[in-house]
Write a protein that binds this ligand. Structure first.
Ligand code: ADP
Length: 263
């Protein structure tokens, strides 16, 4: 197999010429494997909630309905699993739109604290329910230009993860800072952390460190893949640093649009 990316070549022998086209089979096979893995992952992710919905509804129909407590418990599971399916399909469609560049960002100016406060307002109830403390750190206010809805989506994803993977009593902090040419936004938690060897893979579709735990938290395994694409669509970068048992920090860095530099 050939590793290089090869362009068509003109080869001449004894005055006779032919065009030789060599395909890079390694790259083609790798892409084909990625496509197969993706389809297998999607099928598996869809099958799991469907199996559970079928199992519990059949048990109810087979007679478990006569006990009101069992009935309520099973219906609750069916409801949760169908919500998971809905979330998964929504995120798959969103990811496919983002990956095929079918989204158009509507960049508009906004004060950073206004953006962060509105996102934290949405999260407050969840933090409170999990007995987590939350903090906002913005030393100096500044204006940024982002797609408001998509940027909210980025921050909500990171904050939901922070909440999901942080035990009660933990702290979740969001901070924003500006430098001369760029600005940063960080989401830090004091949660379970991510092992070093998993860090480079957490942005892959369906990659989960602890499958059972991520599943229990209701996650689809697509959140960070979507976040990374959306950050890049804003010309930004995302980095993650983590220590097991100490916590995790996601750092987003964006260039200032020229007219943002002097707020
Ligand atoms: P999920 O829907 O499973 O949370 P994500 O794409 O959002 O999927 O995240 C991928 C994986 O990265 C998660 O399953 C989890 O193992 C890990 N992860 C993400 N954020 C955190 C965090 N703040 N702390 C610990 N682990 C995290």
């Amino acid at each position: 197999m050939l590793e290089a990316n090869l362009a068509p070549m003109w080869v001449e022998k004894n005055g006779v010429g032919v065009v030789v086209v060599l395909h890079d089979m390694t790259a083609i096979r790798r892409l084909e494997q990625l496509r197969k893995d993706f389809v297998a992952n999607v099928s598996h992710e869809l099958k799991t909630p469907i199996t559970s919905i079928r199992g519990f509804s059949e048990t109810l129909l087979d007679g478990a309905m006569s006990d009101p407590d069992t009935c309520r418990e099973f219906l609750q599971i069916i409801n949760e699993e169908s919500l998971r399916l809905q979330r998964l399909i929504g995120e798959l469609l969103d990811l496919s739109k983002i990956e095929s560049k079918q989204i158009h960002l509507k960049m508009e100016p906004i004060r950073i604290e206004q953006l962060i406060q509105s996102v934290m307002k949405t999260m407050e109830e969840r933090f409170r329910a999990k007995e987590q403390q939350w903090h906002i750190k913005i030393d100096e206010s500044f204006e940024v230009e982002v797609d408001h809805d998509r940027f909210r989506q980025i921050l909500l994803n990171l904050l939901s993860n922070a909440s999901n993977y942080t035990p009660p009593g933990g702290h979740i902090t969001i901070e924003a800072d500006r430098q001369a040419e760029e600005w940063t936004c960080k989401v830090t938690d004091t949660g379970i952390g991510i092992p070093k060897e998993d860090l480079p893979r957490v942005f892959e579709r369906f990659y989960r460190v602890d499958k059972a735990r991520a599943r229990d938290s209701g996650g689809t395994g697509l959140g960070l893949a979507i976040v990374k694409h959306l950050v890049e669509a804003h010309q930004g970068e995302i980095e993650v640093a983590s220590q097991i048992g100490r916590g995790t920090t996601f750092t987003l860095t964006f260039p200032f649009a020229k007219k943002d530099r002097n707020p």
